[in-house]
Design a binder for this molecule. Sequence first.
Ligand code: COA
Length: 165
Amino acid sequence: MTTADLPQVMAIERASYATPWEEAAYRQALGSEQAYLDVVTFRGEIVGYSGMWHFVDTVHLGTIVSHPAARGKGIGELLLVNVIARATDLNAEHVTLEVRPSNHPARALYEKYHFSEVGYRKNYYRDKEDALLMTSPPLRNLDFQAMVRANFEAALARLAQHFGE
Ligand SMILES: CC(C)(COP(=O)(O)OP(=O)(O)OC[C@H]1O[C@@H](n2cnc3c(N)ncnc32)[C@H](O)[C@@H]1OP(=O)(O)O)[C@@H](O)C(=O)NCCC(=O)NCCS
């Protein structure tokens, strides 16, 4: 992601979250050495993006979004696997994240990749919904890596069906 992407990112952000981030938060993240922001594009348009933060032995997934018109086609998985791969390259032990209990699509995505619930933050979001804390299995676990590879191959086949030209 670059600052040139922000108009498209912000339009998707506002269409996707009850409490969207401000553009300033993305600008700040783009200037941070700890943050890694990635976009997925199709025919020059952004169809998804993610933001992760690296803290010593942990990667925190702060945002993951696919364009509302492009959901259910594998973009969420592409983004999540990319985060897992980057975190593994950075020698992180785990990927952690917060998710709204009411966010069933996101919870299903994380559960598909064997993330588990490890805690709870009361009134975490600006609209006072609580957050569930989730964490990945240990990134170096070989069974986890094999599961990610198998899921990713299936996701790539699904992406090719929808976006292959
Ligand atoms: C969560 C989100 C990123 C998923 O993106 P996506 O591109 O639709 O996801 P994919 O097509 O890659 O689907 C992958 C998996 O996610 C889960 N999933 C996605 N959409 C779902 C839905 N509507 N209902 C239930 N599970 C769903 C499923 O486990 C799915 O795997 P499956 O098809 O084998 O069942 C997307 O819904 C989104 O952008 N939501 C708004 C932003 C948001 O809430 N982000 C998470 C913040 S914690």
